[in-house]
Design a protein around this ligand. Structure first.
Ligand code: FES
Length: 110
């Protein structure tokens, strides 16, 4: 079980496509393994992965080349980090889906 948010720029993953355990995001073609949280395909924009390694921008085969973004946009892309997909342990027991999700910490007074 996972959040409905891409670990790149928070697009709803429910709009993407599922191939086995890998969900593909519609916004920048990033793909993420639901069983491990790892990135299967890096987003087209490039940037930093969860470990801080840089990945270059890329384009789909046969797609027309995109114009180079402005320097500030290119710099922002290069420094944008794609995190590991957060997922939560889940099981189906007696026909009921059970998931362990973190406790909410906002809006709670101590
Ligand atoms: S928002 Fe999902 S790949 Fe960029």
């Amino acid at each position: 079980m996972t959040d409905d948010r891409c670990p790149h720029m928070s697009a709803p993953l429910s709009l993407g496509t599922l191939d086995g355990c890998v969900v593909a995001c519609v916004l920048h073609r990033g793909a993420f393994d639901l069983s491990t949280g790892e990135t299967a395909t890096f987003p087209t924009t490039g940037g930093l992965d969860a470990d801080g390694m840089h990945h270059a921008p890329w384009a789909m085969a046969g797609a027309p080349p995109k114009p180079e973004p402005s320097e500030s946009k290119a710099n922002a892309r290069a420094l944008t980090r794609t995190r590991r997909l957060r997922f939560y342990p889940a099981r189906i027991r007696e026909g009921i889906l059970e998931a362990r999700v973190p406790e909410a910490t906002h809006g709670v007074e101590a």
